[in-house]
Design a protein around this ligand. Structure first.
Ligand SMILES: *Cc1c(COP(=O)(O)O)cnc(C)c1O
Length: 235
């Protein structure tokens, strides 16, 4: 495939996804503006990412610190970047100045490291707490049952501010199971909001990927993270 053909496919996918996200929002009684769309860029060349940005995907999701640093200078200036992958504490220092949110916070140790580097850069870093919906060993995230306690600890840490929750359902879950995880997480999101813990806000519920974003929108997602439906299957 030529570069131009690849660009054309990404542009068409981008238009279709925007349309389908709006359509799903309306169908489930939400407004299209309630649901932000993120372009997930892992393994995707910057040129294709920039085509998505031009189509209005102004929010990028990065999984790997090294890949982010390698591609960062090639991205169009109009993009905002969130970190969504598993983050080792020793990598935090490389990304703090490049991103506006870390969605994958699941330990106090990581939160403290983010706090330290945010302070160095004179900023307060918005973060989401990652929930491990199915308690999979292989994945990051905390258990839903431990959420309140975890939030109370995070609330004590300066230079970070908790703004919501993120989850990745198991890849092998069927549609019904996935819906169950989404609806449980929406429950936790609403409960936490009710609890009104100091320094903890629940603005963002980040859930839904290429194969399940409509169901996530049905269950209250405010941010869907789209990779392969936008850029094609990863190698
Ligand atoms: C890769 C990835 C996505 C996007 O997955 P697709 O199924 O390709 O849309 C979303 N969120 C996270 C955390 C990811 O790692």
């Amino acid at each position: 495939m030529t570069e131009n053909q690849q660009l054309e496919i990404v542009r068409e996918n981008a238009k279709r996804i925007k349309y389908e996200v709006s359509e799903a929002a309306v169908k489930y009684g939400r407004t299209p503006d309630d649901v932000r769309i993120m372009a997930v860029t892992k393994t995707v060349p910057a040129m294709l990412v920039n085509a998505a940005i031009e189509e209005g995907f102004s929010l990028l999701g990065e999984n790997r610190a090294q890949e982010l640093c390698a591609k960062y200078d090639e991205y169009s200036q109009n993009a905002e970047i969130h970190f969504i992958g598993r983050l080792q504490t020793n990598k935090v220092k490389y990304i703090t100045d490049k991103i506006s949110m870390i969605q994958s916070v699941d330990s106090i140790k990581l939160a403290r490291e983010i706090s330290k580097h945010a302070q160095k850069h004179g900023k307060t870093m918005p973060v989401l707490v990652e929930i491990n919906a199915a308690m999979e060993q292989s994945k990051g995230g905390i258990n839903r049952a431990a959420l309140t306690e975890f939030l109370c600890e995070l609330a004590q840490i300066p230079f970070i501010k908790v703004e919501g929750l993120m989850t990745i359902p198991p890849a092998d879950a069927d549609e019904l199971e996935t819906e169950k995880f989404f609806s449980q997480l929406y429950g936790s999101f609403l409960d936490t909001r009710e609890q009104k813990i100091d320094n903890i806000n629940m603005y963002t519920l980040s859930m839904g990927m290429s194969s399940d974003y409509k169901s996530a929108i049905k269950h209250g997602s405010t941010l869907v993270r789209i990779g392969s439906a936008l850029f094609g299957l990863r190698k």
